[in-house]
Design a protein around this ligand. Structure first.
Ligand code: CA
Length: 397
């Protein structure tokens, strides 16, 4: 702050920069304004510039600042934030001089056109789940982190790379995750691929992603590796988990891990399985999906009919699209089918709910998802669709 005092009155050219008597157009002085994404911080404020309105008669240079752009008619200027300082520091220093009418952030403005990624026309799931309508209310937020408990993910995929908040590989116990299989990358894209003008869009395109690699390149793993991944995600900020995998028997270690995550208020979503078989928590268990508290997801097709392969039963919570689903795979895109695709779609809707209603606890989130679902099949709950097809628009209304 002393710096400003030291410079007081040393330069006289400042009057013109403060807007006294210059033409009433925008004058551009020197460097370019904040335009690119890198110019702005996560909260939308410029890291490089602030807006300053000086007290009439006070010159910019007298405060040790240099205007780079001036709007003379409103006596306002844009000032570069010096290297090594934050906008907050510069604004605080200027306020302290008592010679400014106001100081403020330069904020990012975006065009309000409806963003459409080129492959969205092939994503019937976005239409059938009314995700695109829900986006008028929320696209999710980066703090709502979806853990994808799977084969890993392509962390450099153009539709995923900016979405990944953390990752973990239970085999190496490091953040180095890859996806030689493709399944995990596909699930991650369904839940939260970016709405970025490229490729596809996920159901919750602004939600954060946390790929957790619990299965090997061949898709192999165990209840112990899965449990380890669930616990890691629960301990590292996941708000939602999607688990497109299954074990047709009880497992102490998975059940303990699931309960641990539920107790940490994480909404758990899991695929019902692809055997067109009856799931029953006692007689025909399927973990994680039939564990109490987990949102078990059955699969539908583009006509909202039951997918031929989808398991069913009294534990089905909801249905979501799972036939011919276009999503990301390492370095590319392709269609895949399975309740594996339905679980991340439902998880995307859960992430939208948790972004919109952050105070709901995981059990309330499950209830809300079920209550807002579109009834299918026989009226009311049934074993094939549960409470119905997930409805993102109704869920965030
Ligand atoms: Ca995209």
């Amino acid at each position: 702050m002393n710096r400003f005092r030291l410079l007081t009155g040393t330069l006289l050219t400042s009057a013109i920069l403060a807007g006294c008597g210059v033409p009433s157009t925008v004058s551009s002085i020197g460097s370019t304004p904040s335009v690119s994404k890198n110019d702005f911080r996560g909260n939308g404020t410029s890291r490089r510039e602030i807006v300053v309105k000086l007290t009439p008669g006070i010159g910019a240079m007298s405060l040790g600042i240099k205007a780079k752009r001036v709007i003379p008619s409103i006596n306002t200027m844009v000032v570069e934030v010096p290297e090594g300082k934050t906008p907050e520091q510069v604004m605080a220093e200027l306020k302290k001089t008592g010679r400014v009418v106001y100081v403020d952030y330069v904020n990012q403005v975006i065009l309000e056109e409806a963003a459409v990624d080129p492959m969205m026309k092939d994503q019937y799931a976005l239409t059938n789940t009314k995700a695109t309508t829900a986006w008028n209310t929320t696209k999710g937020d980066a703090r709502t982190i979806i853990a994808v408990i799977d084969t890993g993910a392509d962390l450099n995929h153009p539709d995923l790379k900016d979405k990944i908040v953390s990752s973990y590989n239970v085999f190496t116990k490091t953040s180095a995750v890859s996806d030689a299989h493709g399944h995990g990358t596909h699930c991650a894209g369904i839940a939260a691929a970016a709405l970025n003008g490229v490729g596809i869009a996920g159901i919750a395109p602004n939600a954060g992603l946390m790929p957790v690699q619990v299965l090997s390149a061949g898709g192999g793993g165990s209840d112990a590796t899965i449990a380890e991944g669930i616990v890691w995600a629960a301990d590292h900020g996941a708000k939602v988990m999607t688990m497109s995998l299954g074990l047709y028997k009880r497992s102490k270690v998975i059940e303990e891990a699931l309960q641990y995550a539920l107790d940490k208020d994480i909404a758990l979503v899991a695929s019902a399985g692809n055997n067109n078989a009856l799931n029953d928590p006692e007689k025909a268990p399927h973990l994680p999906s039939t564990y109490p508290g987990v949102i078990e997801v059955a699969a539908t097709d583009n006509q909202d009919k039951k997918a031929s392969f989808s398991n069913y039963g009294d534990t089905i919570a909801v249905a979501a699209p799972g036939v011919d689903i276009l999503s990301t795979v390492p370095g590319n895109y392709k269609k895949m089918s399975g309740t594996s695709m339905a679980s991340p779609a439902a998880a995307g809707v859960v992430a939208l709910i948790r972004s919109r209603y952050p105070n709901l606890k995981q059990a309330e989130v499950k209830q809300h998802l079920q209550k807002t679902a579109m009834d299918l099949g026989t009226p009311g709950f049934d074993q094939y669709f549960g409470h119905g097809l997930v409805d993102a628009a109704a869920a965030v209304k």
